[in-house]
Write a protein that binds this ligand. Structure first.
Ligand SMILES: Cc1cc2nc3c(=O)[nH]c(=O)nc-3n(C[C@H](O)[C@H](O)[C@H](O)COP(=O)(O)OP(=O)(O)OC[C@H]3O[C@@H](n4cnc5c(N)ncnc54)[C@H](O)[C@@H]3O)c2cc1C
Length: 469
């Protein structure tokens, strides 16, 4: 193998803020590049995260004390993980379960779609992307363990856990970091700062300021969510602190399937707080002048309604690594190319998450029936009927912007956006008293629109409460 020796290569200091899925994969990919003969630079990677290193926590303790939420990884995320040799096979695989079928319940009516390549005649269609169900923290722990074990003696790698990125001094290309235990602060210099620090990204703040402009074990996991405007209309039973009240309500109202232990569900329900999810939209993900790039939730945090946040975060990391290769590690070419490739994906992600579903329960029921009918005909007459965008999401070879385009062509985005925007605006007007007396017409309409609480049960997600802003 030819190429430059390690000493002859230019050194680049990379600081990654955030050791979540995006940060960990990016760190591993960059350190891996150092071993490639064709790489023209040596990356000195410093990984910073405010939390402890999940990769150092024993498995038992992790499952007992450090669970977060269950999520589904589709082809997009799985392929990104598999770009690193052994990461999936030796570290991630045993942390979750591969889904075999996807079931949609309309009340108690069950509609099943198989996942993978062998459609059965009794099932609707295959073609759904691979789905690996796993706790977010388990993936993070597995990736952190891989990074630690693969680069134990690597002089090009420094990890700084329990250390937060406080402030980006972009003029001097350095970040101020603080150890959360000792409160000791120091500056770290960088050639490239990569913001993988999630929805409240400090790195994104720097971009914004500068430009003056964000179960395993045979158990069933359940996630139940509601749009914020419907929160007050949720039945009181679901807001109760008494697990017996919740248990009774679920027994009566959960039609899709019977829980083996409703009391257990109810106890977990009352023991958990409501999660709120924020949304981040950015028109660009980099500044060449500041030497900053953002990815993952730092660039496009969104509600988990279509389950693609981590998939997209992991794919951002994999694509960034590919772009570095294509541009011979020239940041002035790589950073704009990254924005060009990923901004449309990040915005397709957040727009699909917001508008593929309709906040109005009646409209959403119609949309679900449309999806089922369309897919029924699409699987039989693919030359005449277009696929529904929902089943395209996350599949290998199909980008999120492809699915978005399909949703626009089928009129879904325009219709749902109009309804959702109106509902959100009416809710905001009433919450902030912009409109003090409800206008009769919209009042009547909202009564009709909001009447009846929406209870959406999604099998294969952990007991969790999600309220979407
Ligand atoms: C209920 C729920 C269900 C979900 N379901 C799915 C799903 O089914 N499929 C899917 O693909 N996605 C899903 N997601 C989304 C997914 O969890 C996120 O998109 C993904 O974790 C984003 O990864 P990330 O690395 O960009 O950011 P994060 O996971 O948010 O990691 C950011 C890291 O940065 C660190 N950090 C933050 N600020 C600082 C700072 N100032 N200094 C240092 N470190 C910092 C944090 O400690 C954290 O470790 C779901 C999310 C929720 C809430």
């Amino acid at each position: 193998m030819g190429g430059l020796t390690n000493q002859a290569r230019e050194r680049k200091r990379i600081v990654i803020s955030g050791a979540g899925p995006a940060g960990l994969l990016t760190a591993s990919l960059l350190l891996n590049k150092n071993k490639e003969a064709g790489c023209t630079v040596t990356y000195d990677v410093t990984l910073i995260d405010g939390r402890q290193d999940y990769g150092s926590i024993p498995q038992k303790e992790l499952s007992e004390n450090h669970r977060s939420w269950m999520l589904g990884l589709a082809d997009h995320g799985m392929d990104a993980i598999k770009t690193l040799p052994n990461l999936y096979e030796n570290y991630v695989k045993d942390e979750g379960i591969l889904l075999r079928e996807f079931t949609l319940y309309l009340g108690s009516k069950k509609i099943t779609q198989s996942i993978g390549s062998s459609p059965s005649s009794s099932k609707l269609s295959s073609g759904l992307p691979e789905a690996f169900i796993v706790d977010r923290n388990f993936v993070v722990a597995a990736m952190a363990r891989y990074l630690r074990e693969t680069h134990t003696e690597d002089d090009n790698y420094t990890s700084m856990y329990k250390t937060t990125c406080q402030y980006v001094d972009y003029e001097n290309k350095r970040v101020l970091v603080r150890n959360v235990e000792s409160s000791v602060e120091c500056y770290i210099l960088y050639d490239l700062l990569i913001g993988c620090d999630g929805v409240r990204s400090t790195v994104r703040e720097a971009l914004v300021k500068r430009i003056a402009l964000p179960e395993t074990g045979g158990l069933v996991n359940i996630g139940i969510g509601t749009a914020r405007n419907n929160f007050d209309k949720l039945p009181d039973e679901l807001k109760s602190d008494d697990y017996k009240v919740v248990s009774e309500y679920v027994k009566k109202n959960l039609k899709a399937f019977k829980l083996v232990d409703t009391d257990d569900f109810a106890k977990q329900w009352v023991g958990q707080r409501w999660n709120q999810t924020g949304m981040i939209h950015c028109n660009f993900y980099h500044s060449t002048q500041l030497g900053i790039v953002i990815m993952g939730d730092a660039a496009h945090a969104t509600s988990p309604s279509i389950g693609m946040g981590m998939n997209t975060a992991l794919r951002d990391a994999a694509i960034f690594s590919e772009i570095l290769k294509e541009t011979n590690d020239d940041f002035s070419a790589a950073l704009p190319a990254f924005s060009k490739t990923r901004v449309k994906e990040g915005n397709a992600l957040s727009d699909l998450a917001l508008h593929l579903y309709c906040t109005d329960a009646t409209q959403q029921m119609k949309a679900t029936i449309h999806q089922v009918i369309r897919n029924f005909f699409y699987t039989r007459f693919p030359s005449f009927v277009d696929e529904h965008p929902f089943t395209m999401i996350g599949r290998r070879g199909v980008s999120l912007s492809d699915a978005y385009e399909q949703a626009v062509k089928q009129g879904i985005m325009r219709k749902h956006r109009a309804i959702n925007d109106r509902i959100r605006m009416e809710y905001f007007e009433q919450e902030t008293c912009m409109i003090k007396t409800p206008i009769q017409k919209s009042y009547t309409m909202s009564k009709k629109l909001f009447g009846g609480a929406s209870l959406i049960a999604v099998a294969a997600f952990v007991y969790q409460k999600v309220s979407m802003k």
